[in-house]
Ligand binder design. Sequence first.
Ligand code: HEC
Length: 110
Amino acid sequence: MRIFTFIWIFLLSNVCYSEIDSATGLDIAPGWELVRMHCGACHSYKLVTSQKADRQGWYKMIKWMQETQNLWSFDEVTEKSILDYLSTSYSPSHWKRRAPLDKNLMPREN
Ligand code: HEC
């Protein structure tokens, strides 16, 4: 009987905490395997996990890599899943840096 308690606690703990894959540092959430498969070949996963952007921002970064860095293209379903994952797990709402200063708050240019 006790085994069921452990299974229950294990299931609950997965619901409550997001897990980080120890090998890549990626947030384990739907679609993360696609990012593990496609985004670690040229640079560290740290470049991915340290970046925050909304869907449009991630889309632009991927397009930039496809146009200039030989990143292969994705079929529609794969691209959607990758963007869903990135814009959820690495969204600007988790951004730890402050926004850039407003222009009128910057030192005057003489
Ligand atoms: C074919 C090689 C390649 C693959 C595969 C690749 N990238 Fe990149 N990526 C690059 C290069 C080159 C840079 C520039 C690295 C640098 O500036 O040191 C880069 C930079 C980045 C940056 C930093 C961009 C910035 O503006 O600071 C992020 C974030 C990123 N990649 C995410 C991803 C994601 C997400 C994937 C998977 C969809 C991916 N990369 C797959 C080549 C690749």
